[in-house]
Write a protein that binds this ligand. Structure first.
Ligand SMILES: NC(=O)c1ccc[n+]([C@@H]2O[C@H](COP(=O)([O-])OP(=O)(O)OC[C@H]3O[C@@H](n4cnc5c(N)ncnc54)[C@H](O)[C@@H]3O)[C@@H](O)[C@H]2O)c1
Length: 330
């Protein structure tokens, strides 16, 4: 049995909570979560009760900066999964102008901790770094495109990209063992509509028999990946991935236009709602920017990490619908 001490930043977030559940399946793994709860979609008490309040799971409900300032004594970690971040197409807006500072400073703190502990570090970046790729198709070796429109969304993307570059170079000039993953659109139970994510928003609207608000023409391309598949990809990347390497984590089989996603939600939920085309700036103001088209080439993760996403899009919609309908927060 491998004994491991693991740090998960943002471990009570949407993705982080699935990562915690995944890590708890490994006997001998102890997990420490650092999460300020600033955008956590769960009720921590309900979540930990559902897990059986395992003694192997401990936490500090504070920002990374405060955890960093606490200094020693703290555990020596073998693995660090860095997920805590400002997120979401709407979630980022209130942080305009401070996103680069927050994301880069927190990532540097995790790099220093990983170096001090000789821990393996997985940095969770984003597919937004591609800036639209080749008409939405994004492979790890592709050039990154900086779109001409300076938006809050761009600030998030360039902050994540700056961290990637710094991590790769640090792994070259020191003994830091770091890998980076670029998730594409993640979806599933526990995702909150608050950050502006599309599937929980459509489901909320469907449950109220209200119009499903589709931005623009509805032709934006996305590929949705079940959050449990993403959590599995993150663990595989850290344990099996090549040092200094980047892995797309996204399910190309779930590629879809947003209008088709709306139609699938309507069919699966049995709602009387219909799609309604809107300009998102009329709802969220001029700072809002839609993401570029994006869908992944995930061959590298499938080949090198033996990552195999399990959930198709209809199953993701069904599970998320049941969770939201039941009003759960665990
Ligand atoms: N959701 C997606 O579709 C998606 C896609 C690509 C990348 N990502 C990345 O995945 C990671 C997790 O995203 P998520 O969707 O689970 O978001 P989330 O908001 O649900 O989770 C983030 C968690 O981190 C915590 N947090 C935020 N800032 C913090 C700080 N400074 N100190 C301590 N805790 C802090 C929040 O309270 C929250 O619980 C992020 O790094 C995000 O950039 C998400």
């Amino acid at each position: 049995m491998t004994e491991r001490y693991v740090l998960v930043t943002g471990g009570f977030g949407f993705v982080g909570s699935y990562l915690v559940e995944r890590l708890l399946k490994d006997d001998g793994t102890r997990i420490h979560v650092v999460d300020s709860l600033v955008s956590s979609p769960i009720d921590v008490g309900s979540f930990t009760r559902k897990l059986g309040n395992p003694a192997r799971l401990t936490y500090d409900l504070i920002p990374i900066e405060a955890y960093w300032q606490k200094g020693e004594p703290r555990p020596r970690f073998d693995e660090i999964y860095h997920l805590a971040s400002i997120v979401g197409p709407v979630g980022v807006l209130e942080h305009a102008g401070r996103i680069v500072k927050q994301i880069t400073e927190d990532t540097y703190r995790m790099v220093e901790m990983a170096k001090a502990d000789r821990a393996r570090l997985c940095d969770v970046s984003t597919s937004e770094v591609y800036g639209g790729g080749r008409d939405g198709y994004c492979a790890e070796g592709d050039s990154k495109i900086i779109p001409p429109v300076v938006s809050v969304r761009l600030e998030y993307a360039v902050a994540k990209l700056a961290c990637e570059v710094a991590l790769i170079n640090t792994a070259r000039v020191s003994d830091l063992y770091a890998v980076i993953i670029r998730p594409f659109n993640i979806a599933g139970p526990r995702q909150s509509g608050r950050g502006g994510f599309v599937l929980p928003r459509f489901i909320d609207q469907a449950l109220k028999n209200a119009p499903l608000t589709v931005y623009g023409t509805g032709k934006s391309i996305r590929a949705f990946t079940h959050v449990a598949d993403v959590a599995d990809g993150i663990v595989r990347a850290l344990r099996k991935g090549t040092r200094g390497e980047v892995y797309n984590i996204g399910n190309p089989a779930n590629k879809v236009h947003i209008l088709e996603l709306a139609e699938r939600v309507i069919r699966i939920s049995g709602t009387s709602s219909r799609p309604e085309f809107v300009d998102p700036k009329s709802i969220f103001g001029p700072l809002f920017e839609e993401a570029n088209d994006k869908y992944p080439d995930s061959d590298r993760a499938m080949r090198e990490l033996e990552w195999r996403p399990q959930f198709d899009l209809d199953e993701i919609i069904r599970q998320t619908l049941e969770y939201i309908k039941a009003g759960r927060r665990d």
